[in-house]
Design a protein around this ligand. Structure first.
Ligand code: PLP
Length: 399
């Protein structure tokens, strides 16, 4: 076999998918997998959703790209829908989550700059965070494994332990611009920020005249059963980064902000060649229409409860394999007692795809369109994988 010419940045599984339909993925050699990973929380409406295929095809036949020097009608429609459904008044479209975060960070700094407080540049983040792989977002995430070897960490990011209120208060200074947090840490191991803590963070920001920035790249667009996860806490941020699920598989991200906070971002302060291009807007609009349709989010909440209940049963029956279940809606994490990578292999052997996360967790994030029957099927397969793992442990102990 000819060696790969790709950067060796990924330890890729030897699985080649050729087509997908709903929650099912099929490999080039004809094996079928129940996709409980959704391309890491991206395929919010599953694979090949007719409304998305139609939206992309129709737009592809009309126009692909013109650049942001022109008016792009799809951006106006889409941003209006997003602002009507959220706290935000202004939207900047990007191609990815990290770019949405870059825009969020720039928006926060520029807000204070335009108010005559240019020294307020620091963003406080939380241990275990993941905000992307650009130089600024690895500094925001603060994880040594992603920073190592890439030169000096970008300045302006201060990190405090997850859930440590005293450390947070001590970190706020007259150079602080805001706090940046994921309502549920995804990569960090599906660690939820309690709703009362989110409310407290909002209050801390208000009391200190700083901004609350939310990273809803993974938690947003219905994943937790609300359009955005912060809605569970009844609070609103000043700035929010979204991506992943909003494109359903097409690269789309966005930074949302209030009118006041976005007011620093004047012409020429920020830009993107591709962000908000007509193809991306056609798909994003179609995703949002489906997610905002009557009953859709309620359905996600019901399915989240069903999956939680079924997986909790599996955990109870296999305490040597699983420790607990975390998360909300269809963003769930199985905390494992065995190495999560080994268990992921067992899942795959049973035809189920999941996604690893920090803290020895396996993420279960099926498309929001999964049916109750498919949930049953997924849980049966997950239990089979747990049984296979138990047998392996017993055999290992006997040897
Ligand atoms: N923020 C969160 C919470 C994420 O989960 C991710 C990606 O996994 C990102 C930001 C970065 O998004 P992207 O990979 O699209 O740049």
């Amino acid at each position: 076999m000819v060696g790969s010419t790709l950067y060796p940045t990924y330890n890729r599984a030897n699985l080649e998918f050729e087509r997908g339909n709903g929650v099912w993925l099929e490999t080039t050699d004809g094996r079928r997998f129940l996709d409980c990973g959704s391309g890491i929380a991206v395929n919010s409406l599953g694979h090949g959703h007719p409304a998305l295929v139609e939206a992309l095809k129709t737009q592809a036949e009309k126009l692909w790209h013109v650049s942001n020097v022109y008016t792009i009608p799809g951006q106006d429609t889409f941003s209006r829908k997003l602002t009507e459904a959220t706290f935000a008044d202004r939207v900047f479209f990007t191609n990815s989550g990290a770019e949405a975060l870059e825009c969020a960070i720039k928006t926060a700094r520029r807000y204070f700059y335009s108010k005559g407080e240019p020294e307020r540049i620091d963003i406080i983040t939380f241990e275990g965070a993941f905000h992307g792989r650009t130089l600024a977002t690895i500094a925001a995430g603060g994880q040594a494994k992603y920073l190592e070897g890439f030169g000096p960490k970008a300045p302006g990011f201060v990190q405090v332990p997850f859930g440590d209120r005293e450390a947070l208060l001590a970190a706020i200074s007259d150079t602080t611009a805001g706090l940046l947090i994921e309502p549920i840490q995804g990569e960090g191991g599906v660690r939820s920020v309690p709703t009362e803590t989110l409310r407290d963070l909002r209050k801390i920001c208000d009391d200190n005249g700083i901004l609350l920035l939310l990273d809803e790249v993974q938690t947003g667009v219905g994943r937790t059963g609300k359009l955005f996860a912060h809605e569970w806490a009844g609070i609103t941020p000043d700035i929010m980064a979204i991506a992943k699920g909003i494109g359903g598989g097409f690269p789309v991200g966005a930074c949302l902000a209030t009118e006041e906070v976005a007011s620093g971002m004047q012409p020429g302060t920020h830009g993107t060649t591709y962000g908000g291009n007509p193809l991306a807007m056609a798909v994003g609009n179609a995703v949002l229409d489906v997610v905002l349709a009557d009953g859709f989010l309620e359905g996600v909440r019901d399915k989240g409860l069903l999956l939680t209940q079924k997986l909790s049963g599996v955990i109870d029956r296999h305490p040597e394999i699983f420790e607990d279940l975390r998360g909300k809606g269809l963003l769930l994490g199985l905390k494992c007692r065995v190495p999560n990578g080994a268990l992921l292999e067992r899942f795959r052997a049973e035809g189920v795809l999941a996604i690893g996360a920090g803290d020895n967790v396996l993420r279960i994030l099926p498309p929001l369109t999964i049916t109750a029957e498919e949930i049953e099927e997924a849980v049966v397969r997950i239990e089979k994988a747990a049984i296979a793992m138990e047998a392996e442990l017993k055999q290992g102990a006997a040897e």
